[in-house]
Design a protein around this ligand. Structure first.
Ligand code: SF4
Length: 283
């Protein structure tokens, strides 16, 4: 019995993250590529990654069971969480990853107990979806990928892409905030292309883990993401434009990449852009 597999639940190869960044501000993309700041936004990222890893193993084991295979070829969720934390702590030589292991294990345990009556069929776990987008003007293709956290099918044969999200606070506008994000528009485009009329849309698998968790109570919800047919029809142009900008400046130093210089980008409600000081004074 092979019990040493750890699922890759990380970012996909040519995903939305980089394209979204270059559209928000080309210079911010250049800063991140040329002068990355490793420790930024570390704690939410660590918590989310560990919970995500646990969910990936939970669903992969369930899928093996449904397919009549041996689920124990994959680690149990709590073990997978601890293993990922150890791997990342070794890589970064920082112990922060280890400090959030119990937090993530408890979140996944509560999640599994809460959704124990689920009856959908699991089609895929952490599946990288891929497309090549043709740019007619430059006669070239841009690879585009997104890793779907989970793909499920209900009893009527309808297929949904499920995206896991951990958050400290769910609000009435949380779902709306995501609907036009490139990640969701991309899922819709790829999902419709793959599953045609069987594609029912995207489900956000929300885990609200408030301040004080695990002593505070976790909340679990699965809202559907609103349809965005207009943006889906033109999403290809968004991908092409972002790639053209990257190709135009890719060999240039940061200062030659245009900055967006918007109050909504340089200093948001969540605080200053991570490179505000460098943009002000230089590197
Ligand atoms: S401070 Fe503004 S211009 Fe500079 S990288 Fe950030 S978003 Fe771009």
């Amino acid at each position: 019995m092979n019990n040493d597999k750890l699922i890759n639940a990380g970012p996909s190869r040519h995903g939305w993250h980089g394209l979204g960044l270059v559209l928000r501000c080309p210079r911010l993309y250049a800063w991140e590529k040329q002068h990355p700041k490793e420790g930024l936004k570390r704690i939410p990222l660590i918590k989310g990654s560990l919970v995500h890893q646990g969910l990936a193993h939970f669903y992969q084991r369930l899928k093996e069971e449904q397919d009549g295979n041996d689920p124990t070829q994959w680690h149990e969720p709590v073990v997978a969480i601890a293993m990922l934390a150890q791997q990342e702590a070794l890589k970064s030589e920082e112990n922060e990853w280890l400090e959030w292991v119990e937090f993530a294990q408890e979140a996944v345990k509560q999640y599994m107990a809460y959704w124990v009556t689920d009856s959908f069929k699991i089609l895929a776990v952490e599946k990288e979806l891929e497309a090549n987008v043709y740019d007619k003007e430059y006669d070239c293709y841009y690879p585009y990928t997104q890793r779907a956290d989970l793909i499920i099918q209900d009893q009527n044969g309808n297929v949904s892409i499920v995206d896991h999200k951990t958050t400290a606070r769910l609000t009435s506008s949380t779902t709306r905030r995501y609907s036009l994000s490139g990640q969701m528009v991309g899922y819709n485009v790829l999902g419709k292309g793959l599953f045609k009329k069987r594609f029912a849309g995207i489900m956000l698998n929300m885990l609200e883990l408030p301040k004080g968790f695990p002593d505070a109570i976790a909340v679990f919800k699965r809202p559907e993401v609103e349809a965005t047919p207009y943006s889906e029809a033109y999403f290809k142009n968004t991908i092409i434009h972002a790639n053209r900008v990257i190709n135009l400046y890719k060999d240039k130093p940061v200062g030659e990449w245009p900055g967006s210089h918007l109050t909504t980008g340089c200093f948001t409600n969540f605080g200053a852009c991570d490179y505000h000081s460098e943009c002000q004074w230089g590197f």
